[in-house]
Design a protein around this ligand. Structure first.
Ligand code: ZN
Length: 270
């Protein structure tokens, strides 16, 4: 009898020890890399809301300052206003200020700072050690979007975390004429990888709309109110080809492609 009691006691002790080991589950860390202040909300708002509801750590990096071209009047005021609008939107989704990073590369011209941006993103990825990385899609919607995509994809490649890297679509060449048609959204760079649509409740959609409404300097972004969100595993894009062949996209050939070639030559990655 005494033996049996001792046995039960030891068993209980062991069960208790083992369960204590796993008591603290790992909190997933998400890193989202967007180009301008607003892209994080337009392209990932629902996902951000849902991930925060699940208790995940969501870090948002906004690479470009959103101040339009250099030398234009009130540039600094515009830059600060856009950043504050972005912060207000992200706070609504539950982000803490320390989860928001604004790198402030010059709007419309980040394609000329690819190496610098790559180094910044490399540092952030190492520091955050994310379980999932979401980057703006390679899709010829905007030269800044593609430049930021490229730098982020190269940083993820260097750190060998491509298998946990995804791209999210926004607006692109394929769908420009249909900007007001939510059915028109999709990935411009065609691969075998389909997009996964984020399913959202009415409550999440309403909250995303509140986030969009924070951008009063941009007319509350009302055209994106019913915009679906799509993401997919990052495909192996050929970065020396423009994302969507039928799009004229002259700044790709004249500005972005030469910078990408320069990056590959220097890094000897390709
Ligand atoms: Zn943008």
């Amino acid at each position: 009898m005494v033996h049996k009691m001792v046995y039960i006691f030891i068993t209980l002790l062991l069960v208790n020890c083992v369960s204590n080991v796993d008591v603290k589950p790992h909190t997933p860390v998400v890193l989202i890399i967007a180009a301008h202040p607003d892209d994080e909300t337009i392209g990932m708002g629902l996902s951000i809301i849902q991930k925060k509801k699940l208790g995940q750590e969501v870090n948002v990096v906004v690479a470009v300052d959103g101040g339009k071209e250099e030398g234009t009047p009130n540039r600094e005021t515009r830059v600060n206003r856009r950043m504050e609008e972005s912060k207000s939107a992200l706070r609504l989704a539950g982000l803490k200020d320390q989860e928001m990073i604004y790198l402030k590369y010059p709007d419309t011209n980040v394609s000329h700072s690819i190496e610098e941006l790559y180094n910044d993103l490399l540092k952030i990825m190492k520091e955050k050690n994310p379980d999932e990385v979401y980057i703006q899609a390679w899709e010829a919607g905007n030269i800044d979007h593609d430049a930021v995509h490229f730098a982020a994809a190269q940083a993820a490649k260097s750190l060998k975390i491509l298998e946990r890297t995804y791209e999210f679509t926004e607006y692109n060449a394929l769908h420009q004429p249909k900007l007001r048609n939510p059915q028109g959204i999709g990935f411009a760079a065609l691969t075998d990888l389909p997009g996964i649509k984020v399913n959202a409740s009415e409550e999440d959609i309403n909250l995303k709309n509140k986030m969009l409404a924070q951008y009063s300097s941009e007319g509350a972004l009302s055209i994106f109110r019913d915009w679906p969100e799509l993401y997919r595993q990052l495909p192996a894009h050929d970065y020396l080809k423009k994302p969507y062949e039928k799009q004229a996209y002259p700044r790709f050939d004249n500005e972005l492609k030469p910078e990408i070639e320069k990056f590959f030559e220097k890094k000897n990655l390709n």
